[in-house]
Design a protein around this ligand. Structure first.
Ligand code: PAF
Length: 282
């Protein structure tokens, strides 16, 4: 596995691979890797000749009040995991390399980037879309891999790629969960033992909501009310948003008559967690 800190060095190496017609799979990450990331890597390796993983904690997707400085980082461990997983190249730029000058060009999706988590985290999806567009331009991958846990992020990236005709195939990969259902996330490490227990309510509520939909309940407001009651009853959990949306474009759904996604954002202790579950009406 080769590690590259600069755009020029990575481009030179990938240019040689591209000339010989080899496909490139990109897994963008912010590091502190877990089994969910390794599943993205596994898919990328299975479907491409060369797998590139980027590790970059992107400051522009964090608001000043958010956890950029405390976001967990462990580069040595990440590199060891990626080497064991058979990754070909790791791109680990510093902030100066990615943002040598203040950006005058950014990507905003309206309304997709401003709804749901975009309401809780204003500007977040503009930071994500912009850095992902930069990574696509740097790596020029054949395919890029994103977890379905961050469902709105995946939808934003798919839409950006459609709107701007970016020549990359976006692959969404199902959420990997702990045995008790908690969605894997780099932030889980910041949960106290008590908060870790409390966090289980999110996946439990999502699974119950999805089961209601799959059993034929079609009133979104009624299902959300039951899920809300379940979540707010859990001490230490502050519900920030809970929605049932059209699975294709995240438009709000009142009567569930098409495939939907149930999305939750909550603070558990000091940690902002998100999760999702797709469901099809009976
Ligand atoms: O999902 C993440 O880890 C980040 O939002 C991403 C896609 C790597 C962009 O910084």
């Amino acid at each position: 596995m080769e590690r590259y800190d600069t755009i020029d060095a990575l481009r030179a190496a990938l240019g040689r691979a591209r000339q010989t017609g080899r496909s490139i799979g990109l897994v963008p990450t912010m590091g502190y890797l877990h089994a969910g990331h390794l599943e993205l890597v596994r898919r990328a390796r299975a479907e491409n000749d060369i797998t590139v993983v980027s590790i970059f904690v992107n400051p522009t997707q964090f608001a000043p009040s958010e956890d950029f400085s405390t976001y967990p980082r462990d580069m040595e461990r990440d590199l060891a995991l990626l080497a064991q997983s058979g990754v070909d190249a790791v791109f680990t730029p510093g902030v100066e390399e990615m943002y040598p000058q203040p950006l005058q060009t950014t990507i905003s999706l309206k309304p997709l980037g401003d709804i749901l988590i975009g309401k809780v985290r204003p500007g977040h999806f503009s930071g994500v879309a912009t850095v992902v567009a930069k990574l696509f331009n740097i790596v020029q991958p054949t395919r890029a891999y994103f977890g379905e846990k961050d469902f709105q992020q995946l939808t934003v990236i798919r839409r950006m790629v459609d709107d701007l005709n970016v020549p990359v195939e976006i692959v969404g990969v199902p959420t990997v969960r702990e045995v008790d259902g908690l969605a894997m996330s780099s932030r889980n490490v910041r949960l106290s033992p008590q908060d870790r227990q409390a966090a289980r309510v999110l996946s439990k509520a999502l699974f119950e909501g999805a089961a209601m939909i799959e059993a034929g309940e079609s009133d979104a407001a009624g299902i959300l009310a039951k899920m809300t009651a379940r979540i707010v009853a859990e001490p230490g959990v502050t519900l920030r948003s809970l929605d049932i949306c059209d699975a294709r474009d995240l438009a709000p759904v009142e009567t569930i008559d098409r495939p939907v996604v149930v999305l939750v954002t909550a603070e558990v202790g000091p940690v902002l967690l998100i999760d999702q579950r797709e469901a099809r009406p009976a």
